[in-house]
Unconditional design. Structure first.
Length: 180
């Protein structure tokens, strides 16, 4: 790991609440074994859009199959995109984010070499077009799930017993947020 940041310095926190920044090699290893990600781009009005996509990787690029749809139209106008994959193993969560430029792939040689034409997509839509994402920034991190390894953590602050129950607000049930 390149570096480790403590995210919780409050009393009672422990060393298991660290965010570990992944190396470039670790990020690529996770990208190469995952097949579903999220492509984020800007539409014509500048509003963000997010698409779940199947993808493959080849020689430092990510490849996506698509229909002649808004993804192709948007990257022609604004090729800057972000791409994210995540997962978990036991109580360890991880995420990899790629930023770079996307472009339509039009040469038969690149389509053949990348293997993108053989990519099986989750959608039943016919997808005869291909997008290449050229990464310029690649970041990743992993962290242990809060409350993992048998630790029980409160999901609400302690109740002040000095305040009459009739004047206390009703708590809203929730899960603890992930902290960075």
């Amino acid at each position: 790991m390149e570096e480790t940041d403590m995210v919780d310095t409050s009393p009672g926190s422990d060393r298991d609440h660290r965010i570990e920044h992944l190396t470039t090699a670790e990020c690529w290893a996770l990208l190469e074994r995952t097949r579903m990600g999220r492509l984020a781009l800007l539409d014509a009005s500048g509003a963000p859009e997010l698409f779940p996509v199947n993808y493959t990787s080849h020689e430092g690029y990510l490849y996506i199959r698509t229909a002649n749809d808004s993804k192709l139209r948007h990257i022609r106008v604004n090729p800057g995109v972000a791409f994210e994959v995540d997962g978990n193993e036991d109580d360890i969560h991880w995420s990899v984010v790629v930023r770079g430029d996307a472009a339509q792939v039009t040469t038969d040689d690149e389509i053949r070499r990348s293997g993108v034409a053989q990519l099986t997509t989750a959608s039943i839509t016919i997808k005869p077009f291909y997008i290449r994402l050229a990464p310029s920034v690649l970041t990743g991190r992993r962290f242990r799930e809060r409350g993992a390894a048998g630790r029980e953590e409160p999901t609400a602050p302690p109740v002040d017993r000095g305040v009459p129950r009739s004047t206390r607000p009703n708590p809203i049930p929730h899960l603890p947020p992930f902290e960075e």
